[in-house]
Design a protein around this ligand. Structure first.
Ligand SMILES: [Zn+2]
Ligand SMILES: [Zn+2]
Length: 369
């Protein structure tokens, strides 16, 4: 039997004897914890490595280094499972251009997807199968995966007592049960978001108190309608008019935003703001439209409306006056120039990425022989 085999048996015993309550163990000189999952990796097997840079140190040692800039680099290995996840992340980055477009660069894509994949492992979930899955996983599990890295013991701050020859006897053994619980909850939320579709959601009280719209497009899981009780006088209800002085009902998301933007003040400013949104009015023009004579839908006795403020008899005239202006010839030329330049930049970046990908494929092929 080879010497290597004996060594492996000794390691197996250590694994079997791992104390789950105290998961971080001191390892022999040749063995270090995987940078990602912390599991013990023998350096003589020539694993892929990363360099963790400590720019500060925790605990009493911080005092002795006062005045001097602390800097230490630690080589940490990657175990086969973590290496495999990096390759999966790299493939997503190479194959799905939209990810780099969204996140800015290939290394960022690889980093984010890799962390999301780690988060999925902690949750005991299944890896993503579509770009949409990748984006959802990054959103829900990326931070958890990022926060679980073993290398955080070294970078950016060297944790007290952290040494390279330490690790865990099982992957992610250093991760607290509470973090795993969070990961499972985040994974469940991700699954829910995956089946969540936008649908028309009817107003629980016929129409939006301000704009009168009867239903809005919103995710199945969302709560698009916000309940309110409004005094009618500030929103066109008038004094001495017959009927109630206030009305209970709901605001649609657009009107709720207008109401919030006006400091939660029910009044003509919030109502006008909401009307401007409905008209497609763009900021930056001179002054707001005159809102005199405007009434909120709830002041009137009308059926709900298919579009916001659709019941206003002068809506078309208001739109012509306050809606988006058709662009001038010079505005169109400068927009087209901007778009052409952006297209050119994006094509150049795509070509560079394709060349980079081809080089990597070539290198992998050469490495495999
Ligand atoms: Zn690992
Ligand atoms: Zn509304």
């Amino acid at each position: 039997m080879s010497k290597g085999h004996h060594k492996r048996d000794a390691m197996a015993e250590r694994f079997a004897a791992a104390d789950l309550a105290n998961p971080i163990v001191d390892l022999p000189t040749d063995v270090r914890g995987c940078a990602r999952c912390g599991v013990a990796v023998r350096m003589s097997t020539d694993p892929p490595t990363i360099t963790a840079t400590s720019i500060s140190v925790a605990g009493p040692m911080a005092m002795t280094s006062a005045g001097q800039r602390f800097h230490r680099e630690t080589i940490l290995p990657l175990c086969p499972a973590c290496t495999e996840r990096r390759e999966v992340a790299q493939r997503w980055a190479d194959d799905e251009w939209t990810l780099a477009q969204r996140w800015g660069s290939l290394p960022v894509v690889v980093g984010r997807v890799w962390c999301a994949l780690d988060g999925i492992v902690l949750a005991g979930g299944k890896p993503p199968e579509s770009v949409r899955d990748v984006l959802l996983a990054a959103k829900h599990l990326g931070d958890i995966g990022n926060g679980a890295q073993w290398s955080l013991r070294f970078s950016p701050v060297l944790a007290q007592g952290a040494k390279p020859e330490q690790g865990t006897m099982r992957p992610w053994g250093h991760v607290a049960e509470s973090v795993r619980t969070d990961a499972r909850a985040a994974y469940a939320a991700m699954l829910l978001a995956r089946v969540d579709q936008p649908i028309m959601r009817a107003c629980p009280s016929r129409g939006c108190l301000y704009c009168g719209v009867g239903s809005v497009l919103a995710l199945r899981s969302a709560e698009p309608w916000t309940p309110h009780m409004f005094t009618l006088a500030p929103i066109g209800g008038g004094q001495g008019r017959a009927g109630q002085a206030s009305r209970a009902g709901f605001l649609c998301p657009t009107c709720e935003r207008a109401y919030q933007d006006e400091g939660q003040a029910n009044g003509m400013s919030a109502l006008t703001r909401s009307l401007l949104v409905a008209l497609g009015h763009r900021e930056g023009r001179d002054g707001p439209p005159i809102a005199s004579g405007l009434e909120a839908w709830c002041v009137t006795e009308r059926p709900p409306s298919a579009e916001p403020f659709g019941w206003l008899s002068n809506l078309d005239r208001l739109r012509a006056e306050w809606g988006p202006r058709p662009e001038s010839a010079s505005q169109r030329r400068s927009r087209e120039n901007r778009e052409a330049a952006a297209r050119k930049r994006s094509e150049a970046a795509r070509a560079a990425m394709a060349a980079d990908h081809a080089r990597r494929v070539e290198r992998d092929r050469a490495a495999r022989g």
